[in-house]
Write a protein that binds this ligand. Structure first.
Ligand code: UT7
Length: 314
């Protein structure tokens, strides 16, 4: 996590908002903001080094790096390649995935596929987001929601009952405009007009996104559990994407998972897009809420729209 903390009180001095509204509507109290010279590759590399140390894996042993990011450091090359250079993981193939907030689950599934097909043995699955670089800091509807951060996992094949049990992923491009950066890409390249209107920054129809998030995360949780042969009550820990505590509570209720089995840290980090799930896993392990042998369900929703869930025996 970046060191700088941005509190709701700080935001009160930047836009017309207040602590009470932010906490009541989102559950967020503070978020982290990367330094000016700290990019997604830097944050992702730091998270990766910690993950590799815990897994007892050297950079040269990694043969696949999949980076989920909606905030690549530059349009070309992939942030995964910059990260590979920082890590000196010289034997890896490295590429990015853009699944927005669902990106880390998509990336994990891609790594799982490569490993199952025998194309990779040890994969690094990273999510790294510098949301502060694409947020409109004059728009109170969005700027209070997001934060920066990164998480990573080393993924490898193993025998025995532990590992990924099931996954369920979906997308619906018809709803893309409800949460997007309208311009600044190849279709409408950056121009003085785009810059002035702020059309290269995040725009979101909050209420519509909220409703779709609850519906889609509930659907994904259902299907992933069914495919794993589990029911809500069999889940020891639910790790949901952390966008809004009300979305998390509604998803948990639908899946019949009591809140004391739901990991929540949105209050301290806000919405870090794809990085929320791996950061939450790290904290759940550290706090001994997620232990070997437990059933864990991850569920996420984001721009695209994209959504998905994965059940894991930890
Ligand atoms: O990562 C996946 C993608 N993102 C999400 O999942 C986020 C989904 N959406 C949400 O979490 C919620 O829709 C928000 C937190 C963004 C907004 O909450 P809401 O309960 O849907 O509020 P709203 O947009 O309906 O706005 C209610 C009122 C409006 O005022 P009026 O028009 O009723 O007078 C807004 O202008 O709250 C106002 N408002 C604010 N007031 C103080 C909006 N933002 C703020 C703010 N501070 N920061």
């Amino acid at each position: 996590m970046p060191e700088r903390v941005l509190t709701n009180a700080d935001l009160e001095r930047m836009v017309k908002t207040n602590e009470e509204w932010i906490v009541e509507r989102t559950g967020i109290r503070e978020r982290r903001i990367a330094a000016d010279d700290e990019g997604a590759a830097d944050m992702g590399a730091k998270a990766s080094l910690r993950a590799m140390e815990r897994a007892g894996v050297e950079p040269g042993e990694i043969d696949l790096i999949v980076v989920a990011t909606a905030t690549p450091d530059r349009w070309m090359p992939a942030t995964a390649c910059d990260m590979q250079a920082l890590l000196r993981a010289d034997n890896a193939v490295a590429f990015d995935i853009c699944g927005a907030c669902t990106g880390w689950l998509y990336a994990l599934t891609v790594a799982e596929g490569h490993i199952a097909a025998g194309r990779a043995e040890i994969a690094l699955v990273v999510a790294a987001e510098k949301m502060s670089a694409i947020v409109d800091w004059t728009d109170r509807k969005t700027c209070v929601l997001f934060g920066d951060g990164a998480g990573a996992a080393v993924v490898r094949a193993a025998n025995g009952p532990r590992g990924i049990l099931s996954s369920y992923h979906r997308s619906d491009g018809k709803l893309a405009d409800l949460l997007c950066r309208p311009a600044g890409g190849a279709a409408i390249p950056m121009s003085p007009d785009v810059l002035q209107r702020g059309d290269h920054l995040v725009r979101m129809a909050g209420r519509e996104v909220f409703k779709s998030a609850v519906r889609s995360m509930s659907e994904a949780a259902d299907f992933a559990l069914q495919r794993a042969g589990l029911r809500g009550q069999d889940v020891h820990v639910l790790i949901p994407h952390q966008a809004n505590v009300r979305i998390i509570e509604a998803t948990a209720k639908y899946a019949s998972i009591p809140m004391d089995r739901v990991f929540v840290n949105v209050d301290r980090f806000g919405n870090m897009s794809s990085a929320t799930v791996p950061v939450a896993i790290d904290e759940a392990v550290e706090q001994e809420r997620l232990k070997p042998g437990m059933n864990m369900l991850m569920v996420a929703f984001g721009a695209g729209f994209t959504w998905g869930a994965m059940a894991v025996r930890w």
